[in-house]
Structure formats: structure tokens, C-alpha cells
Design a protein around this ligand. Sequence first.
Ligand code: ZN
Length: 363
Amino acid sequence: MESTSLYPPLGHGEVLQGLWDAARSDRLPHALILHGPEGIGKYHAARWLAQGLLCEGGPGEPCLSCGPCRRVQADSHPDLFLVDPLAVGQDRMTIHFIVTRENRPKSAYSGPSIENFLRLRADEGGWRVVCLRDVDSMNENAQNAFLKALEEPGENTLLLLTSARPDALLETIRSRTVSVDLSRLSMADTLHILERDALLPGLEEPAQREVLARWSLGAPGKAMKLAKSGGVPMRAMIVDLVAGRLLPDEAGPAFWELDGEFPGKTPAAQRRTRSAALMDLALEWLLDGRRQAARVPLESLAHGGVLEPLGGVPEGALESCMDCILQARQDVSLNLSPEILTERVLRSLADLSGHSTAAVRRP
Ligand SMILES: [Zn+2]
């Protein structure tokens, strides 16, 4: 896993400083949930917070040069336990991350559990910290097992949870954690982070980085995800169809050729993922069109800069296009042919161009 903790997390400095101050005066609760939109760097902030607690000069901004700091950076600090299911090839935080069970399925996570970690004493005599990424991926079973850790974490122990959807957690967990809100980043900070990763596919061009920073509304992680999954060219295709600049017969082949990562175990599954990505994106864009019609300020809309083709499209036409895409979205999850469903969606989008006052008329 690439280490992102070499950089201080942009945009969250004040919040972290407040938490280190609280730790210095013994007011830090034993369980925090860093909460905020997807892709703003919550887990990164959690790790930085932990490093600042473990640092020899801490609690405070990590010095980056002491022994504990270097061990955190190398992912080898004995008092820091990271629970990041994606990093170990698991798609959710199963109960096996929480407690160690004798009988577990072969494909399940088999590394050390939180239970194991909390049984040990602090190796370096200071804090013990557990960082958990996206805790809302725990099912009820896992959450119930985790409750025990929350109830008796032990001395000088901090459980640091992150989540974009804390509502998905059991009330018993939420009531035992103190929520800390993290905000979206400024446009400048978002661009700065994207520039750092300008070697990644989809982020090479400054113009593309601008588009993505605007689109993500200050969530660089989301911008990177969009870059990886062909979000920019895919959205351009949707916009061009409704603007009459592209015909469905041209869009179809181009869509299946688009560069991007579309996860799936088989080629058929990858085609379904690709098709579903188009549908989700089209729905998101049309929804923003409806918000625009309801006079929501454009700058607060992710797609605010590219809604022009929806000008003049009547509410009814927008609704029936969305219904068509929603239906196709359900069907693609049911394993119906993604090719046929994609074509249906492309045609339905192109039909809107008949209403659009901004559309280019082609012979
Ligand atoms: Zn240090």
C-alpha cells in the first residue's frame, strides 16, 4: 500500500490541532469518529492524528524525524493498529478484523484482530491507537463484536473510526463515540493534492485536474476515483449526447472503448460495472439538472459547470429519462445484457436533445 502519511493532510489542520490540545490536557475521549463526505481524507487525517500522539514531541504536529514517527511512516509502529480492509484485499470490515475466530472461511481476513492488539500493553509506553477505515462497512454482527472494544478499550487507548455514513452504524456504537466533523477541502487544496498525483492516468492534464477538482466539490479522493474510472470522458459523452453533438450510434462503440478501471471478476462482470458506472453518472447529472431547475446555486452542484444542455428540457422529459435509466440500472444488477441496456440509456439521453434549447441540430 502506498504511504500517504508523508504529507500532512490538507484542510484538516485546525481540527487535528484541537484534538492534540485535548490529548495534552487529558480531555481526549477514548473513541472518536471522524466523519465527513467521501474522499476528503478522513483516514489520512486519522493516521496523522495517531502519528501526532505517538511522536516523541507529541501530542502535536508530528516531527517526522523521531523514532516513533519513522516507525509510523513505515507502518511498523507496535502501538498503532490500522484496519483498512481494502488494503488487504477485503471489500468490507468483517468480524474477522474485530475478533479472532478459530473457524473462518478460507477467503476471510486472517491477520491479527483488534481483540489481539488490545490485549497487548503499549509497547512504547504511550498511546495505543487503532485506526479503522470506513467503519460503516461493518455488518451488525461485526459491529456487535466491536462494541466490546468500545466498552473496555483499556488505558491510554484511542479508537479512531472514520465514516462517510455514520447513520449506518448501530445506535450503541454512535452513542459511545464522539463525532468530529471534517469538511470538504478548498478548491486550491484539492488542486494541490491532484497535482501531487499528476502522474496517474486521468490526472496528467491541468484542465482535467480542474474539471475533477470542481466536480468532486473539494474531495480529492473522489476526484482520483473518477479519474481512474474514466469519469471525465464518460461525462463528456453524456453531455454531448444531450447537446446533440454526439449520436447514440457513435457513442456506443466509443463507450465500450473508454479507458478506465471497471472492477469485476470476469469480462462480463467488468462490462456490467462499466455500464452501471455510466447509468449512475447519468442519473447524478440529471439530478443536478433538476436541482438547477429548482434554483439551487450552480457552484454548490458537482455538475454545475456542465448543465447547459439541460436548458429547456421540460420536467416531464427529464423524469421519464431518469425512469428509463433507473430501470436499466436495476436490470444491469440482475445480469441482463449490459450492451442492450447501455444502448437503451444512450438513446434515452439522446432523446432529450430534441427538447434542449442548447442542442446543436444535426441533419
Ligand atoms: Zn516525531
